[in-house]
Write a protein that binds this ligand. Structure first.
Ligand SMILES: Nc1ncnc2c1ncn2[C@@H]1O[C@H](COP(=O)(O)OP(=O)(O)OP(=O)(O)O)[C@@H](O)[C@H]1O
Ligand SMILES: [Mg+2]
Length: 367
């Protein structure tokens, strides 16, 4: 449905700062009907990407196609204007008009669009869009007299009102409180899935991205560092940055010995046996999620088993987080709350080789 090829965008230098290379050759594809998340830290280029797809920002080079239609191509000099790209967008700030009613906000794209739409049809389509987001009863209310979550739904209804081929959402849930955000995540995904609309969702929240998307792309400094399913990226990160950004992890650096399918990595914790990386490495970082670590009683032997001492424990209710001193290293662990763990306890930690991921040494964890 959407194909983005080698997109670049540089904002020119201004008196207060140098040029910013916001997009440095970004390529990705979204399949028909998929919910796709673009994830990354603040300033990595997510909004620039979305605005380029929407036609509100003109890239420097590359190509963007929606279905069979090329909407932007630097080579062919193609740049279809935003109002003819048949997409719906919810902006990072909802950008709903405070002096208008809910009805007029949602009707705006129809009343002021490319195509002239008759009064009766506008009324019917606005009603349908408002019903979809469960705001049917609020049509006459002025926009400021709504809660944050309701305003968010107005913005969504407005984006859906002309049945777009592609829905672009820029951090649409970031202004909501935690509880409402949780509900809206599920509702939003169910809504667009039931309508069969292909959706590109931008967020800096990795839990939101994983929970909502079929596929996601992780961005950093204007490039996509990895893309795939949430499982691909969480369980098989290709860089320390990806591992770190997607959630808590142990990053254990060491020297790599051997060159088969399995290698031994000499680390401050001990020798860790793990699957080799895609390319041969002399040095590397072993990524182990705290949930991947198995905790046993003291004195247990076996592959990737190490004697350790519990250093710190935080009881969080749904889980218990802890740190175990192993050799000259410290490993984060997570255990269930019914398990007795206390500082000073001697234990055996097991790092199952299939749960260990070797990534290149210079693959940048978070600052
Ligand atoms: N109009 C502009 N002029 C100059 N620089 C810009 C402009 N818009 C964005 N930038 C810069 O381009 C980079 C990417 O910005 P962008 O808004 O795409 O980031 P983002 O990933 O959406 O961040 P956030 O999560 O904070 O919304 C940033 O360094 C930003 O400062
Ligand atoms: Mg942004």
């Amino acid at each position: 449905m959407l194909a983005v090829r080698d997109l670049t965008k540089t904002f020119p230098a201004r008196h207060d700062n140098g040029a910013v290379r916001a997009l440095r050759g970004v390529s990705f594809d979204i399949a028909d009907g998929d919910f796709f998340a673009l994830l990354g830290p603040s300033g990595c280029g997510k909004t620039t990407m979305l605005q380029s797809i929407a036609g509100l920002e003109t890239p420097d080079s590359g190509e963007i196609a929606m279905g069979d239609t090329v909407v932007y191509a630097s080579a062919g000099g193609i740049n279809i204007p935003a109002n003819r790209r048949q997409l719906g967008m919810v902006f990072q700030s909802y950008a709903i008009w405070p002096h208008m009613t809910v009805f007029d906000n949602v009707a705006f794209p129809l009343a002021h669009g490319e195509r002239k739409t008759g009064k009766a049809e506008i009324a019917e389509r606005v009603k349908r869009a408002l019903d979809l987001v469960k705001l049917g009863a609020f049509a006459d209310r002025l926009a400021p007299h709504l809660s944050g979550g309701q305003q968010q739904r107005v913005a969504l209804a407005r984006a859906l009102v002309h049945e777009p081929r592609l829905l672009l959402l820029d951090e649409p849930l970031s202004n909501l409180d935690a509880k409402l955000r949780d509900t809206m995540r599920i509702e939003l995904r169910q809504l667009v899935k039931s309508l069969g609309i292909t959706t590109l969702f931008v967020t800096h929240d990795q839990v939101e991205a994983m929970g909502m998307s079929d596929k996601l792309a992780l961005m950093r400094d204007g490039v996509i560092v990895q893309q795939g399913t949430p499982q691909d990226i969480y369980l098989r990160p290709e860089s320390a940055f990806a591992a770190d950004f997607m959630g808590r992890s142990n990053l254990v650096a060491g020297r790599v010995n051997g060159n088969g399918a399995m290698v031994d990595v000499e680390t401050p914790i001990g020798t860790i046996r793990c699957p080799a990386a895609a390319t041969d490495l002399n040095d590397g970082i072993v990524v182990i999620r705290p949930q991947a670590v198995r905790l046993h009683g003291p004195g247990i032997g076996g592959q990737n088993c190490y004697a350790g001492t519990v250093e710190q424990v935080s009881f969080l209710g749904d889980v218990v987080e802890g740190e175990v001193r192993v050799g000259a290293g410290l490993l984060k662990i997570v255990v269930d709350p019914y398990r007795q763990v206390a500082p000073g306890q001697t234990v055996t930690v097991e790092l199952p080789p299939e749960r260990c991921v070797l990534v290149p040494p210079d693959s940048g964890s978070l600052p």
